[in-house]
Design a binder for this molecule. Structure first.
Ligand code: 6PG
Length: 240
């Protein structure tokens, strides 16, 4: 992926500041042009600073009633569980703004049922296949993104928009958008911080590894993804 748009920031906070500004620009433009902004939030811990900044700095600057919030993935836990991606986003952002709509993956349900329900919610909102204005993604040290983990069944799924995905190495099942859902997005932005991600980032951006070993390589939307990374995560990239 030599043509990737890689933006390197000194610190995770600088990364969050830039990501918040980019989010606000995209949301403002999309609401102005299309009357709405549909975004899928990333899970994990990296986006926390971004979500907190959006709540603190952009609460009044954005027309939140035009912003419709989805999730890239979810753990199979209730929404009040400490591992819930919804709970993390709710505490950092959604409890502090009034989004037009929030579409939670129902981690408390049977995973197969939750995935089917989410697909119904996606196709009802988009009146057809999902086409997010923005999908935010993180990357794991093993190269996973959303809950698309290396060599898991969801990597082969091309006829669904959201699925349950058994992740043997975690001993759990996750809920996740599929590659077709993510690749149909207008824009995908990866947020990657910390030295622990450096090897995965190098393999994803510069390696000739198999995408099933580093599933983030499967993310190939029409518009080149933006990679917002900090200096530590970028430390093994050849261009630096
Ligand atoms: C999740 C995420 C996952 C995450 C990466 C990075 O539910 O965990 O969706 O894909 O983005 O694991 O997580 P960190 O930001 O915590 O490193």
């Amino acid at each position: 992926m030599s043509s990737a748009n890689v933006y390197v920031f000194e610190t995770p906070q600088d990364l969050a500041e830039a990501a918040a500004k980019a989010f606000a620009q995209k949301a403002t433009r999309s609401i102005r042009e299309n009357g709405r902004f549909a975004v899928a939030l990333a899970g994990g811990s990296t986006p926390k600073a971004l979500y907190e900044l959006l709540a603190a700095r952009y609460r009044n600057a954005l027309e939140w009633s035009g912003i419709h919030v989805f999730f890239g993935d979810e753990r199979t836990v209730p929404p009040d569980h400490e591992d819930s991606n919804y709970r993390r986003a709710y505490e950092a952002l959604l409890s502090r703004v009034s989004a037009g709509s929030v579409h939670r993956m129902r981690g408390e349900l049977d995973p197969r049922e939750a995935a089917v329900l989410y697909e119904k919610e996606l196709t009802a909102f988009f009146n057809g296949p999902p086409r997010f204005d923005l999908v935010l993604l993180g990357v794991g040290e093993d190269g996973h993104t959303a809950s698309l983990f290396p060599h898991t069944p969801a990597l082969d799924v091309n006829d669904r928009w959201a699925v349950e995905n058994p992740v043997q190495k975690l001993g759990t099942t996750r809920l996740t958008l599929t590659i077709p859902s993510i690749n149909a997005a207008q824009k995908v932005t990866f947020l990657v911080a910390g030295e622990g991600k450096a090897e995965a980032l190098k393999e994803i951006l510069e390696g000739d590894v198999h995408p099933y070993d580093y599933p983030a390589k499967l993310v190939r939307p029409a518009a080149e993804p933006d990679w917002f990374v900090d200096r530590a995560a970028a430390s093994l990239l050849g261009r630096l």
